[in-house]
Design a protein around this ligand. Sequence first.
Ligand code: C2E
Ligand code: CA
Ligand code: CA
Ligand code: CA
Length: 287
Amino acid sequence: AKQRGKANWVRYTAGMEKPAQADAQLGGDLRRALDAGEFTLVYQPIVDLRDGRTIGVEALVRWLHPERGMVSPAEFIPAAERTGLIVPLGRWVLRETCRQVAAWAAEFGLEPLQKVGPNVSVRQLHDPDFVADVRAALADSGLPADRLVLELTESAVLRGHQVLKVLHELHDMGVRLALDDFGTGESSLSLLRAFPAAIVKLDKSFVDNIELGEEGSAAANARQAVARAVVQLADALGLDTVAEGIENQEQVDRLRKLGYTVGQGYHLGRPMDAAAMTARLAAQQRD
Ligand code: C2E
Ligand code: CA
Ligand code: CA
Ligand code: CA
């Protein structure tokens, strides 16, 4: 399938006046869409900045609505969280990610698949079956637990006792946890102590215009200072980093100078369908 740009995405709720009414309709539609198989995953490469090789993928969900076209996850994920549909949808994302990545691992080996991330909503962590679902997705696919990286945000909610217990169970299984959008949450730093994270993903907002640092832009200098602090903190705590939202080579160069070795972004590879990712992995294996 050809990759659609954001410009082609539709606003799902356009024309619906009341949010509650829109949610109720969207909740029903999401259920139907899940049963009808309208969701699909795209995969964005996670790249070693030193040699450009793919070393992982992030799985991102897409909803191809039969009449409306491609609906952005930025729009339907919040609604899926409010209506609870994120639990069955997230379960599907997890299973499909493990299935696809295990197939790639069988074909291309584990070297390009060191970090394999589906996004997980906090709401899923409150589902009593979540740990069992992860265990089953790994067992059914044959994917080794240490390949799976669950990307989590919403730091404040993650501190609940029950949620931390779940995160420690996953950690004990060998599954890694990544703190997504790192630096944007108010409690990022204190959370790192309580939370068994293995990876921090530097939020795109600190990467934007970072290449303009040291050229008189105070804002860019500030972002650069945060980016540097995050990588130093991660190194001190023994965590891996991924810099997100890299859109040009100047950003790669600047991030490398700051100490980042792994990144993600349109400059390194856009989210692509499974067939395109298969081709990318095959090309990499040839050289
Ligand atoms: P995220 O996890 O922070 O994912 C990164 C988003 O940034 C993706 O948008 C990706 O396409 C986009 N992106 C990557 N590189 C660049 C870049 O260089 N420039 C720009 N401008 N954007 C870039 P997407 O796919 O629209 O996803 C948006 C958000 O929706 C995700 O943010 C994540 O929070 C959520 N999401 C997506 N899939 C899932 C899912 O399966 N489950 C859950 N719970 N949330 C999901
Ligand atoms: Ca993510
Ligand atoms: Ca992110
Ligand atoms: Ca985000």
